[in-house]
Ligand binder design. Structure first.
Ligand SMILES: Nc1ncnc2c1ncn2[C@@H]1O[C@H](COP(=O)(O)OP(=O)(O)O)[C@@H](O)[C@H]1O
Ligand SMILES: [Mg+2]
Length: 234
């Protein structure tokens, strides 16, 4: 079953076309990646699929639901599609403890047993329980990104959108986070759409990868093509 079906997707900011005629599908359980130079439209595409960029044209079907431009994500869609950003600060309020940051989405969605779920979320991403009492600035960059991942996973999403989730981190920490993401994907049967400009990261993580340039998908690489290094171009 295709979880994501994108056809002829177009996003323009005034004169500037950020995404042009993008078409692809992502099957349930797949890690599908976008690779390409800065400014080629990767984040814009992810923001459309996260419901953050609501001005677009084309056809978009997410988790079996046909979407319309301008529409806010509600209900199941809102729960089931979560995004992790390059900069973990983007999803962490600087003046809120980690406990509060992780509790809020659960409360908004009417969940119970909040403290237990927060503890479980921290454990899942390999953080000690006492991280709950801390503020973001008291954690390392890698720990902050673990919290951001925990937050994205709280509502058990089916689709995780990962926008350069490790490119702000040191190499060793980067590998830990990527392995964590792969493990969590297995555990929860998730589907990933990953953005990275790093060909090694792409090859390590992806079932298929789309190479973007100037807002367009130029080519899609399968595992064999990536093993051959065909995605290391440009
Ligand atoms: N909100 C916006 N307003 C105007 N231009 C934007 C906006 N967001 C992105 N762009 C432009 O769209 C293009 C694609 O940006 P982006 O999707 O962020 O690229 P990438 O993530 O691949 O680096 C860039 O030229 C960028 O400057
Ligand atoms: Mg980007």
């Amino acid at each position: 079953m295709a979880l994501v079906e994108v056809s002829q997707l177009q996003v323009a900011f005034g004169e500037k076309t950020a995404v042009s005629a993008a078409s692809f599908t992502i099957e349930k359980g797949e890690t599908f990646s976008l690779i390409g130079e800065s400014g080629c439209g990767k984040s814009t595409l992810l923001r459309v699929l996260a419901g953050l960029q609501r001005q677009w044209s084309g056809n978009l079907r997410l988790l079996g639901e046909n979407l319309k431009p301008d529409a806010r994500f509600t209900g199941a869609l809102r729960r089931n599609v979560q995004m992790v950003f390059q900069d973990p600060w983007a999803s962490l309020h600087p003046n809120h403890t980690i406990s509060r940051t992780l509790s809020e989405p659960l409360k908004i969605h009417g969940e119970t047993q909040i403290a237990e779920k927060v503890a479980e979320a921290l454990e899942q991403v390999g953080l000690a329980a006492d991280a709950a009492k801390r503020y973001p600035h008291q954690l390392s960059g890698g720990q902050r990104q673990r919290v951001a991942i925990a937050r994205a996973l709280l509502l058990r999403p089916q689709l995780l959108l990962l926008d350069e989730p490790t490119s702000a981190l040191d190499m060793s920490v980067q590998a830990e986070i990527l392995n964590l993401l792969n493990r969590l994907k297995q555990q929860h049967g998730m589907t990933y759409l990953l953005v990275s400009h790093d060909a090694d990261v792409i090859a390590h993580m992806s079932d298929r990868a789309a190479f973007m340039a100037h807002g367009q998908i130029q080519r899609v690489f399968d595992r064999q093509a990536m093993l051959n290094g065909e995605h290391r171009m440009g």
